[in-house]
Design a protein around this ligand. Structure first.
Ligand SMILES: Cc1cc2nc3c(=O)[nH]c(=O)nc-3n(C[C@H](O)[C@H](O)[C@H](O)COP(=O)(O)O)c2cc1C
Length: 330
């Protein structure tokens, strides 16, 4: 069986890759994931706020005269609080590149155009094979229209792409007004791929303490359905790569994501729950399914159920919504 796939121009042994998460903070763990069959890793994100804080602190350190009034400058972050974090990140890229044979994708998380985007260049210099840019943003400002917000995001992505020669993938929110239009616009400005989707962590309410209690719940396979629809919609329109992120928990889920058009399938929750060996069993499950359906390579069935090739495109659209609601009887 030929499992190979090309993602962001990188030749991968198979489509299963590690999604952005703490796994690659530890090189030993990353090696175990590689041994279990992971074809690439995405590191956890370095945040715009972290980088800005470091740059502010550095400027403060360099520019503030020794006799300046501490009260006047107390709003600056404490340099020692921040200085190592982004540097450690770069060092970890170097460690991973030395230890692993598979591609290492660095992840930046930011939304506003600014100096932090230059960090992509430093990730490239440290050896990253690609950048995944996570545009995690909740549009809570009622005075900001969708086109304004998207213009800002496009400028940010453009700045990151302008800093590097390695490919840049963009991890999208599922909440854009016109996701297909936005994804095509990203490709036009040079993005090499889209990752569907960002997973927004939903704060819950503690009704005893009257507090908002954030918590991180791992995904299950039901979250894949949103990804399948948009992979299928975008797959015929994009020349670049698509990755599924969210709700892939077994071989059948991975096969579905590829049928919808994914070049790579990212895994996080399933590995946090069950450990690296799940990658090995997912690969053998995929091999079995391919054998049963007469496929000898992943590229043969990628996109076979996207919106352009699906026997019933209405199943993705409004027509099906009406049919399903009409079919319900009490
Ligand atoms: C503990 C944890 C840490 C994560 N950290 C990041 C991160 O730093 N950057 C990012 O883009 N996504 C991060 N994610 C989101 C994952 O990359 C992924 O998009 C999400 O978990 C959905 O995939 P899954 O269903 O396989 O878990 C994190 C997820 C978890 C569970």
């Amino acid at each position: 069986m030929d499992f190979t796939t090309t993602y962001l121009g990188l030749k991968l042994a198979n489509p299963l890759i590690i999604g952005a998460s703490p796994f690659c903070d530890n090189t030993e763990v990353a090696l175990k994931l590689q041994d279990a069959g992971a074809a690439a890793v995405v590191m956890r994100s370095l945040f715009e706020e972290q980088i800005d804080a470091e740059q502010l602190a550095l400027r403060h350190h360099v520019e503030t005269p020794a006799e300046s009034n501490p009260e006047a400058t107390s709003f600056f972050p404490n340099f020692s609080e921040y200085q190592l974090v982004p540097d450690q990140y770069l060092r970890q890229i170097e460690n991973l590149k030395q230890a692993l044979a598979i591609p290492v994708i660095a992840s930046l998380n930011g939304t506003r155009p600014g100096g932090w985007t230059d960090y992509a260049r430093r990730c490239e210099s440290a050896g990253a094979d690609a950048i995944e840019l996570n545009l995690y943003q909740l549009a809570t400002d009622p005075t900001m229209a969708a086109d304004e917000l998207e213009a800002d995001l496009l400028e940010t992505v453009s700045m990151v792409i302008g800093c590097v020669r390695i490919p840049v993938a963009v991890k999208l929110s599922p909440f854009h007004t016109t996701p297909a239009h936005f994804a095509v616009a990203l490709e036009k400005i040079g993005a090499s791929g889209a990752v569907l989707f960002n997973r927004f962590y939903q704060p819950d309410f503690d009704i005893e303490q009257l507090e908002v209690s954030p918590h991180l719940k791992l995904s299950d396979s039901s979250e894949l359905l949103l990804r399948l629809r948009w992979l299928a919609v975008l797959s015929p329109h994009l020349k670049g790569s698509l990755a599924a992120s969210g709700g892939v928990h077994d071989a059948a889920d991975a096969v579905k994501a590829i049928l919808a058009g994914a070049h790579a399938v990212q895994l996080v929750s399933v590995l946090l729950k069950h450990g690296p060996h799940l990658i090995t069993s997912m690969l053998s499950g995929m091999e079995q399914w391919m054998g049963e359906h007469g496929y000898v390579s992943v590229s043969e069935f990628r996109g076979a159920m996207n919106l352009a090739r699906c026997p019933d495109p209405g199943a993705f659209e409004r027509a099906n919504y009406q049919k399903i609601l009409q079919s319900w009887r009490v």
